[in-house]
Design a protein around this ligand. Structure first.
Ligand code: GLA
Length: 380
């Protein structure tokens, strides 16, 4: 299945882990609609690990846990589809899933048919307990082919955490997104670690197969399955801005039934979402800051957008307030071009302009500024 822009949705793992059931998933579908998330573009509702019985049936088919999903998965899929959403599920390239449920190894085609028979639209495919003999690329090709041959459009979401040089072979498997980094946890160190690891992977992020930086922790505030430590709203805004700047899929991981106002504002900022979903799908590039020699705390990225605007993101990864300045030469706009740009900040709504060829700004600890810069003639 070919997808045009980074997929967006909600996934059960970050908050719920194995505490999933039909009622909660249906409530989540309701919440995706009632909160406006669906309208903002979040369309996939994905059940992660721990949804099945521990044993296959006598025909070797996966079976939904009878207690968690008493009416079976087709019933849940129908409900999700009834809300105008798409339905995602999870399996693993190994014998077992990461949480110890049956994996799809040597059952790939049967399982793909089972998912198709439940009207599944998205499959996240993990890498735990994989064969030590069969290379990962072969395992992912199997499932990619199996899904493609079900006759149903099923988005293939690979999750081998970037290991075994996934970047080199993932596009041969038919995957539309691939986890480029290890698991996220709800704390700043994890967000920073995933951001820094991503810096060498931008060249692999391509139309049709997007680098997945993992599910969002925005709004978790230390609650739930990966809620180890928690972050504050400033950090969540920076986290979300980085994922958008890098063009990652955006899969929400918090309990959206209890979404507070600040979380809502972050997840539904239309202008930030438009950066993530920009149709040109170009990669960001890193800008070197003279003001911050020797420190890795300040990350500045730019990205050329469809139609000629430039996204520019300043990310303060450290706990100190920071002042910085960006020289327009670095964006390709020296004075000799006769052009400058108006920088519209997507969180505050303010607009600033460079002075004498330099844009100056101050960032709060862990804060960010994310601009959409529009080119204009120099005023002389
Ligand atoms: C792995 C994946 C996670 C999640 C868990 C489920 O750790 O990377 O995203 O799916 O397995 O067990």
């Amino acid at each position: 299945m070919v997808v045009k822009t980074p997929p967006m949705g909600w996934n059960s793992w970050n908050t719920f882990g194995d505490r999933i059931d039909e009622q909660m998933i249906m409530e989540m579908a309701d919440a995706m609609v009632s909160t406006g998330l669906k309208e903002a573009g979040y369309e996939y509702l994905v059940i992660d690990d721990c949804w099945s019985e521990k044993k296959r049936d006598r025909n070797g088919r996966l079976v939904a846990d009878h207690v968690k999903f008493p009416h079976g998965m087709k019933y849940v899929a129908d409900y999700v589809h009834g809300k105008g959403l798409k339905f995602g599920m999870y399996s693993c390239a190994g014998n077992l899933t990461c949480a110890g449920y049956p994996g799809s190894y040597e059952h790939e085609f049967t399982d793909a048919e089972t998912f198709a028979s439940w009207d599944v639209d998205f499959l996240k495919y993990d890498y735990c307990y994989h064969s030590p003999i069969v290379p990962g690329k072969y395992l992912y090709r199997r499932m990619g082919l199996a899904l493609e041959n079900t006759g149903r459009d099923i988005l293939f979401s690979a999750c081998s955490w970037g290991s075994d040089e996934t970047a080199e072979w993932i596009k041969s498997t038919g995957a539309s997104m691939w986890r480029s980094t290890p698991d996220i946890f709800d704390n700043w160190n994890s967000i920073r670690n995933l951001t820094e690891r991503q810096s060498s992977l931008h060249p692999y992020n391509a139309p049709g197969c997007f680098n997945d930086m993992d599910m969002l922790v925005v709004g978790m505030h230390g609650n739930g399955n990966v809620g180890i430590g928690g972050c504050d709203d400033v950090q969540y805004r920076t986290h979300f801005s980085i994922w958008a700047m890098m063009g990652s899929p955006l899969m929400i991981g918090s309990d959206i039934r209890k979404m507070d106002e600040e979380t809502r504002r972050t997840l539904m900022n239309r202008e930030v979402l438009a950066i993530d979903q920009d149709p040109a799908l170009r990669q960001p590039y890193r800008l070197e800051m003279q003001e911050a020699p020797g420190t890795e705390d300040l990350l500045v990225y730019a990205r050329h957008l469809d139609g000629g605007d430039i996204a520019v993101g300043f990310f303060n990864m450290g706990g100190e307030k920071r002042q910085t300045g960006l020289n327009m030469d670095q964006l390709g706009l020296p004075v000799s071009t006769g052009r400058t740009a108006a920088f519209h900040e997507l969180w505050t709504g303010g607009t600033v302009r460079p002075e004498n060829g330099t844009l100056r700004l101050e960032l709060e600890p862990y804060g960010c500024a994310l601009y959409r810069a529009k080119l204009e003639a120099l005023p002389y």
